[in-house]
Write a protein that binds this ligand. Structure first.
Ligand SMILES: [Zn+2]
Ligand SMILES: [Zn+2]
Length: 115
C-alpha cells in the first residue's frame, strides 16, 4: 500500500499503454508514481531507477521502433534520380491491401502506389 506524497490519499495501480506497464496513480489529485519493477530487480540484481517522465519515455521508445527504410531502383517523378526509399503502411483492417510509399532519396518527393 502506498500513499500520495501530495495529499495522502491511497495510490492505485493504473494501467498505461498496451504492455503490462502501470503507474501508481492518486485517486484524489492525479499524482502518479512509477513503481519499481520488482521482477526486473530480482532478475538483474540491481535497482531500477523510477523514471521521472514515464509517459514521455514510452512514447519516444515507440518512435524509435521505425525500421530502417529499404531502397529500390525507381525513377523519381520530379527529378532524374533513380533510387527511392520504399516502405509499406497497413491501412486499418488487416484484410485491406497495404499502401506502398516511395520517397526520392535525392529530392525527397514522396509518392505512393497501391499494392
Ligand atoms: Zn494526491
Ligand atoms: Zn526526386
Amino acid at each position: 500500500m502506498e500513499f500520495c506524497p501530495n495529499c495522502g490519499s491511497r495510490l492505485e495501480p493504473k494501467k498505461i499503454g498496451s504492455d503490462n506497464a502501470f503507474v501508481l496513480s492518486c485517486t484524489k489529485c492525479g499524482h502518479t508514481k512509477q513503481p519499481i519493477d520488482r521482477k526486473a530487480e530480482a532478475r538483474t540484481g540491481k535497482v531500477i531507477q523510477p523514471k521521472t517522465t514515464p509517459f514521455m519515455t514510452i512514447i519516444s521508445e515507440a518512435d524509435q521502433q521505425i525500421t530502417p527504410m529499404q531502397t529500390i531502383k525507381m525513377k523519381c517523378e520530379k527529378c532524374d534520380n533513380n533510387l527511392v526509399y520504399v516502405w509499406q503502411v497497413q491501412t486499418r483492417g488487416g484484410d485491406e491491401a497495404s499502401t506502398q510509399f516511395m520517397r526520392c532519396t535525392k529530392c525527397g518527393h514522396t509518392f505512393r502506389e497501391y499494392a
